[in-house]
Design a protein around this ligand. Structure first.
Ligand code: SF4
Ligand code: SF4
Ligand code: SF4
Length: 587
C-alpha cells in the first residue's frame, strides 16, 4: 500500500495514498461530520458539512472532494469550522419539518444526532418546509419528500448500486426535490422495491411501509372479521443475524432461539422457519437445474428467490425470462405450505390462518401478492410481511427484554432446517446450497467437501467452476443489481454467436451482500457489517448437523406424505410461479 505523510490538527499520520481527506481522517480515527457521504457511495460533495482547511489558509473546502497529498497539514476542527458546520446544519433544519417525535427515524437519525452534537437549540432562519405529498403508491416503501435533506444518497444508490434509475432530483433552487424519474408515482416508475434507498437515507424521508399496527390489530383480534383468526409467523434466514443489533448485540450474533421465543410472546400461535422452505426451494430449483443441465435446455438457469431481482428482470432483462427458475421464493413456498399442509395436519381452517412473514426485505411486501401464483393455497399464501426493523419495533412496543429471553424451539412442522437453508441469506448462499444438492441429484453421492468457498464473499461478481465427478458446472453469483448486466451480457453474447453459455447456473440477489444487506434490515449496513452478518450464517451452517437440503428429514417426509416428488404436479401448483415482461413506466 502506497502511503503519504500528512498532519491532522498538527499531529503526524501516515495514510493511504489516494484516499479523500475525509476517508483518511476516518482511518486516523478523526470523525468529520457528514450527511451525503456513505461508504457504499462515491463522494459527491452535496451537504457541505465535511469542510476542513489547510494550515495557514483561511479557505475551507469539502474534505470528501479532495485527496490527501504528501505533506498536507489539515485542520479538521477549530472554532471557525465548527461555526460554519453549525450554520450549514441550521440551514438544513430551516427546510426540515423537525417533527422528530412522529418520525420513524426518531432516535436513529443522522440529522437528529448532528443537531444534538452541535447543540442546536433554535434555528435563526425562517422555516420554509416544502409542502410536498408523501408517495405511498407502492406496497413496499414510502417516500416523504418534505423530510428530504437533498443529500442524494438514495438517487446514487438507486442509479449506481442498483442500476434502476427510479429516483432523481427534479426542480431547481428551493424547488429542488427528490422524486421518481419522470415525476410519476413510485409504483409507476422502474422502482423494484429493494428498499436500498430507505436503508441509505440518513433521515426519515424514505422508509418501509409500516404494517406493525395492522399485525397488532389482527393478533389482538381487534378488527372486523378477525375474531377467530389464527396468526402464524415465519422468519427468514438473514433476520436472525441482524435483529440483535436493535437490542445492542453485535452484527452476526445468531438470535434464532430468542426470536422464536419473542414471536410466541407477541401472540403468534405457530412459529415456522423460512430456513426450512429454503431447503424446499433447493429441492425444487436443484431438480429444475439438473433437468435442464443434463438435457442442455434453457441453460443458464437463473435463481428467482429475490423479488426485487424478479421485478428488475421482468422490466429490464425480459429477453432472459425463459432462463429464470420457476421455483417460488422460500417465503412464498412456506406461505403455500402453511395454508395447505400445516392446515391439513393441524386441522386448522386455512381461511382463518393469518400468515405473517418477517423478512430482511421491503420487496417481499410487494412479492406477497405479486401475481395469482401467490394465492396457490386458495387464499393469499402470505398475508403480510414485516421487515426486521418493523419486528424490532413491535418487540420494543411489547416490552420484550430481548437479552433475557430464553431460547425456544420453533414448531415441529415446517421448521427443521439444514445449514444449506441458513446460508440463503448471504450472497452465494443459494448457489452453494443448490450445488450441494445438485451434486447428489446428479451422482447419487454426497459432495466430499460442502464448503464451496469461491462463491462466498463480497466481490460484486463471483465466478467458479465446480467439478461434479468429471463434469464441469460453471456458475456466476452477482449481488447489487449493478453487477447483473456484466453476467447477462456474457450469456447474451455467447448465445447470439450460437456458442455455449459461459455459465450453467447464475445466482442474483438485488441487495449488496444478499439478504444480510437487505433494505429492511437494521440501519447502518456497511461492508463490514454485511460481512459480520454473513459470518454468523456460515457459523450456523458449520454448526449444523445436517448441511445439505436433500438430507433434511422433514423435507423427505413432506415429499413422501404430501408433495410426491420434486417437480411433481402438486409441487408445481404450490411451489412454482411464472413471469411476464413489464413496462419500465406504467404511464
Ligand atoms: S426501492 Fe430500490 S429501486 Fe426503488 S427507488 Fe429505492 S433504491 Fe431505487
Ligand atoms: S430522500 Fe433521503 S437519501 Fe434521498 S436525498 Fe432525501 S434525505 Fe437524501
Ligand atoms: S436480496 Fe434479499 S433482501 Fe434484497 S431484495 Fe432480494 S430478497 Fe429482498
Amino acid at each position: 500500500m502506497e502511503t503519504v505523510n500528512v498532519k491532522f490538527n498538527g499531529k503526524p499520520y501516515e495514510v493511504q495514498k489516494g484516499l479523500t481527506i475525509l476517508k483518511a481522517a476516518e482511518a486516523a480515527q478523526i470523525k468529520i461530520p457528514k450527511l451525503c457521504d456513505h461508504p457504499d457511495l462515491e463522494p459527491w460533495a452535496a451537504c457541505g458539512l465535511c469542510i476542513v482547511k489547510l494550515e495557514n489558509s483561511p479557505k475551507m473546502f469539502r474534505s470528501c472532494a479532495m485527496d490527501v497529498q504528501e505533506g498536507m497539514s489539515i485542520i479538521t476542527h477549530d472554532s471557525e469550522i465548527v461555526q460554519v458546520r453549525k450554520t450549514v446544519l441550521e440551514l438544513i433544519l430551516s427546510r426540515h419539518p423537525n417533527d422528530c417525535l412522529k418520525c420513524g427515524r426518531n432516535g436513529n437519525c443522522e440529522l437528529q444526532n448532528l443537531a444534538a452534537d452541535f447543540g442546536i437549540r433554535e434555528v435563526p432562519y425562517p422555516q420554509m418546509v416544502p409542502d410536498l405529498p408523501k408517495d405511498t403508491s407502492t406496497s413496499s416503501i414510502v417516500l416523504d419528500p418534505s423530510k428530504c435533506v437533498l443529500c442524494g444518497r438514495c438517487a446514487q444508490v438507486c442509479q449506481n448500486m442498483q442500476n434502476v434509475w427510479a429516483l432523481e432530483f427534479l426542480g431547481r433552487g428551493f424547488e429542488t426535490r427528490i422524486a421518481p424519474a419522470a415525476d410519476v408515482d413510485l409504483a409507476d416508475s422502474p422502482c423494484v422495491k429493494c428498499g436500498q434507498c430507505s436503508a441509505h437515507c440518513p433521515v426519515g424521508a424514505i422508509y418501509e411501509k409500516d404494517q406493525v399496527s395492522e399485525v397488532w390489530n389482527k393478533i389482538n383480534n381487534q378488527c372486523p372479521g378477525c375474531q377467530d383468526i389464527y396468526p402464524v409467523v415465519q422468519i427468514a434466514p438473514a433476520v436472525r443475524v441482524a435483529i440483535g443489533e436493535a437490542f445492542g448485540y453485535e452484527p452476526g450474533e445468531i438470535s434464532t432461539g430468542k426470536l422464536y421465543a419473542a414471536l410466541r410472546r407477541l401472540g403468534f400461535k405457530a412459529v415456522f422457519d423460512t430456513n426450512f422452505s429454503a431447503d424446499l426451494t433447493i429441492l425444487e430449483e436443484g431438480t429444475e437445474f439438473v433437468k435442464r443441465f443434463t438435457s442442455n435446455e434453457k441453460i443458464p438457469l437463473i435463481t428467482s428467490c429475490c423479488p426485487a431481482w424478479i421485478d428488475y428482470l421482468e422490466k429490464y432483462d425480459h429477453d432472459m425470462i425463459d432462463h429464470f427458475s420457476t421455483a417460488k421464493s422460500p417465503q412464498e413456498m412456506m406461505g403455500a405450505m402453511i395454508k395447505t399442509y400445516y392446515a391439513e395436519q393441524q386441522k386448522v381452517d386455512a381461511s382463518k390462518i393469518y400468515s405473517v412473514s418477517v423478512m430482511p426485505c421491503t420487496a417481499k411486501k410487494f412479492e406477497c401478492d405479486r401475481n395469482e401464483d401467490m394465492f396457490s393455497s386458495g387464499y393469499q399464501d402470505v398475508d403480510v410481511v414485516l421487515t426486521t426493523r418493523e419486528l424490532a419495533r413491535m418487540m420494543k412496543q411489547a416490552g420484550i427484554d430481548f437479552a433475557k429471553l430464553e431460547d425456544e424451539k420453533a414448531d415441529e412442522i415446517l421448521a427443521e432446517y439444514t445449514g444449506a437453508g441458513t446460508i440463503f441469506g448471504a450472497t452465494g448462499g443459494v448457489m452453494e446450497a443448490a450445488l450441494r444438492s445438485a451434486y447428489f441429484l446428479i451422482t447419487k453421492e454426497e459432495l466430499p467437501d460442502v464448503n464451496l468457498v469461491p462463491v462466498r464473499g463480497l466481490d460484486g461478481v463471483k465466478e467458479a467452476t465446480i467439478d461434479i465427478k468429471g463434469t464441469s458446472v460453471n456458475v456466476a453469483v452477482a449481488h447489487g443489481l449493478v453487477n447483473v448486466e456484466y453476467v447477462l451480457d456474457k450469456v447474451r453474447d455467447a448465445l447470439a454467436k450460437g456458442e455455449k453459455s459461459p455459465y450453467d447456473f447464475i445466482e442474483v440477489m438485488a441487495c449488496r451482500g444478499g439478504c444480510v444487506g437487505g433494505g429492511g434490515q437494521p440501519y447502518g449496513a456497511t461492508d463490514e457489517i454485511r460481512a459480520k452478518r454473513a459470518a454468523g450464517m456460515y457459523k450456523d451452517d458449520e454448526q449444523s448437523e445436517i448441511r445439505c437440503s436433500h438430507q433434511n428429514p422433514m423435507i423427505t417426509k413432506i415429499y413422501k406424505d404430501f408433495l410426491g416428488e420434486p417437480g411433481s404436479h402438486k409441487a408445481h401448483k404450490l411451489l412454482h410461479t411464472s413471469y411476464k415482461p413489464r413496462k419500465l413506466y406504467n404511464k
